[in-house]
Structure formats: structure tokens, C-alpha cells
Design a protein around this ligand. Structure first.
Ligand SMILES: Cc1cc2nc3c(=O)[nH]c(=O)nc-3n(C[C@H](O)[C@H](O)[C@H](O)COP(=O)(O)OP(=O)(O)OC[C@H]3O[C@@H](n4cnc5c(N)ncnc54)[C@H](O)[C@@H]3O)c2cc1C
Length: 266
């Protein structure tokens, strides 16, 4: 008699080994934003499928110059954080990542001191935003942590698309030109250095914005602000919730906020 069960659970999904990458360039984009190029032959085959996808970066622990290479399927290291692959150049095994220098945290602290030759481990990519490229109207609501996601989206939109962009930054010095063939109207909204007011400038600007009823909305910022803004859009401004994708990118007073905070989106 056969002992093979009639139905068997699928084998556990094998995680791809982390890829070793080295810093090859550090660019100062603005006082609080660094663009860091990561390069390595282990990036072979690295190909995000959608804009605003994510990667996991593993930073050195205090006292280390180089992070330990995590063993396959071992618990995730404490100093792993979520970032956006901004520009990927597969032919030369490079990816650019933009870091907000928000203050203390393994990622922000590392980025503020990053030098050519520094080593990180990179995992991913994870899924991104199912961008509707046929939609005529888009509203992108983001803070600086989601600016790379916004740049991904802007890079993929056709010239026929109209985009209203609200972006909350630490100070007016953060403003820069973003590339897109779409017709973009941008408002840069300084928050100041007190992160406790995260989301307030976005909420204020939204209340005086004319939002087309059929606009596709991507909303990504501090987690509590994302929830408040989503409610403002649906309950106060009458936007259909099916047009909104909300993502909590970080959370005040929370270390390593998870990469899958979708608020009410499931
Ligand atoms: C899908 C996804 C993509 C992301 N892409 C990017 C990206 O491309 N670039 C980027 O800079 N960030 C990005 N983030 C946000 C980033 O993961 C967090 O900001 C992360 O917490 C930074 O790690 P840290 O080690 O610096 O701080 P942590 O140790 O995680 O946090 C320490 C403290 O810092 C504060 N804090 C954390 N992040 C911020 C912030 N952005 N602004 C103000 N205060 C903060 C919190 O109060 C927290 O208590 C992304 C997040 C997600 C979910």
C-alpha cells in the first residue's frame, strides 16, 4: 500500500540568496537626500517588474564595517530596511537607491556616511504598483521616503497622462526637477525638521486641490498620515476608494516599519 498522501503541501518557497553589492557612487541630491549607486555581479537577473517595487538592504551592525552575509532562510537581520530600486542598469549590474537622511536609524546613519567601496547585501525585488498607464489623470501623494517610488511612476507614464504631484519634504531646499514625459504639476511642501507633523502639509494641500473624479491615486508616506489622508480622500472629498492605493512607508517612533502596510487596501 502506498503511503504517499493524496494531497501534499507545496514545497516551502526558497528565498533567493542576498546579493552582495558595493557602493560605486554617492551623489548629494539635496541637503537630506543621497543617491547611492550599488553595483555587483550578483545583481545578474535583478529586474523589478513594476514601478514603486522594493528591495531589502542589510546594513552593517554597530562596530562592523561590512554586514555578515545572512545564511539562507535564517531569521532576517535586525539591520535590514526597505528601499526602492530607483534606476536599474542590468547591463552594468547597477542600481541607484535614494536615501532620506531623516536622523537616527541604521539605514539613514549609513547613508549619511556612505563611501565608495562600502558593502551591503540586497534582497528582492518585491512587488510594486499596478500602474494604469491608460488612465488620463493621476494624483501622486508622497513624502520624501516615497519620492523614488514617485520617480519610478513618472518615468513610466505616457505623454498623454496628466499628473498632480504633492510631495512633502523636510525643507524648501529639497525641491528639484523630476523627469517625466507626462504633464506634471508639482507642489513641494516643506514639513520642517519636526517629523511629528508628518502628513499635515499634504492634508492641507489636498483640501484646496481640484481632484478629477477618475484620477488614479498613489498615496505613500508616514503610516498614520497615510490612514488620515485616505479617510480625507474618501469621506471628505468623495473619492472612490477603488481609485486609491495607500502605503505606509515608515511609522513615527517605530523601528523598521514593515514593507506591507497597506492600510485598508488588501
Ligand atoms: C515599500 C517601501 C519603499 C521604501 N523606499 C524608500 C526609499 O527609496 N528611500 C527612503 O529614504 N526610504 C524608503 N522607505 C522608507 C524606509 O524604509 C524607512 O524610512 C526606514 O524606517 C528607514 O530605516 P532607518 O534605519 O533609517 O530608520 P529606523 O531604524 O527604521 O527608524 C528609526 C526612527 O526614525 C524615524 N523614521 C524612519 N524613517 C523616517 C523617515 N523617512 N522620515 C522621518 N523619520 C523617519 C521613525 O520615527 C523611527 O522611530 C521605503 C519604505 C517602504 C515600505
Amino acid at each position: 500500500m502506498s503511503t504517499t498522501p493524496e494531497t501534499s503541501a507545496p514545497p516551502p518557497r526558497k528565498r533567493r540568496p542576498p546579493r552582495r553589492v558595493e557602493v560605486t557612487n554617492v551623489q548629494v541630491l539635496s541637503p537630506a537626500m543621497r543617491r547611492i549607486t550599488l553595483k555587483g555581479t550578483e545583481l545578474e537577473g535583478f529586474a523589478p517588474e513594476a514601478p514603486a517595487s522594493y528591495i531589502k538592504l542589510i546594513f552593517p551592525e554597530p562596530g562592523q564595517t561590512e554586514p555578515d552575509r545572512p545564511l539562507p532562510d535564517a531569521p532576517r537581520p535586525k539591520s535590514m530596511r526597505t528601499y526602492t530600486p530607483l534606476a536599474v542598469r542590468p547591463d552594468v549590474h547597477e542600481v541607484d537607491v535614494d536615501f532620506v537622511l531623516h536622523g537616527e536609524g541604521p539605514a539613514s546613519t549609513w547613508a549619511a556616511q556612505a563611501r565608495v567601496g562600502n558593502v551591503l547585501f540586497l534582497m528582492g525585488p518585491g512587488p510594486g504598483y499596478a500602474l494604469d498607464k491608460t488612465a488620463a489623470e493621476h494624483l501622486l501623494i508622497a513624502d520624501d521616503s516615497a519620492l523614488p517610488a514617485v520617480e519610478n511612476i513618472l518615468a513610466e507614464l505616457p505623454s498623454s497622462a496628466r499628473v498632480q504631484l504633492l510631495v512633502e519634504v523636510i525643507s524648501a531646499d529639497e525641491e528639484r526637477t523630476l523627469k517625466s514625459t507626462a504633464a506634471v504639476t508639482a507642489q513641494w511642501l516643506p514639513r520642517g525638521s519636526d517629523h511629528r507633523s508628518a502628513g499635515v502639509p499634504l492634508e492641507k494641500a489636498l483640501r484646496s486641490l481640484a481632484i478629477p473624479a477618475d484620477a488614479k491615486i498613489y498615496l505613500a508616506c508616514e503610516a498614520a498620515a497615510m490612514r488620515r489622508i485616505r479617510k480625507l480622500l474618501t469621506d471628505e472629498l468623495g473619492i472612490d476608494r477603488k481609485n486609491i492605493v495607500g502605503r505606509g512607508y515608515w511609522k513615527l517612533d517605530t523601528i523598521n516599519h514593515p514593507d506591507h502596510d497597506y492600510g485598508e487596501d488588501n
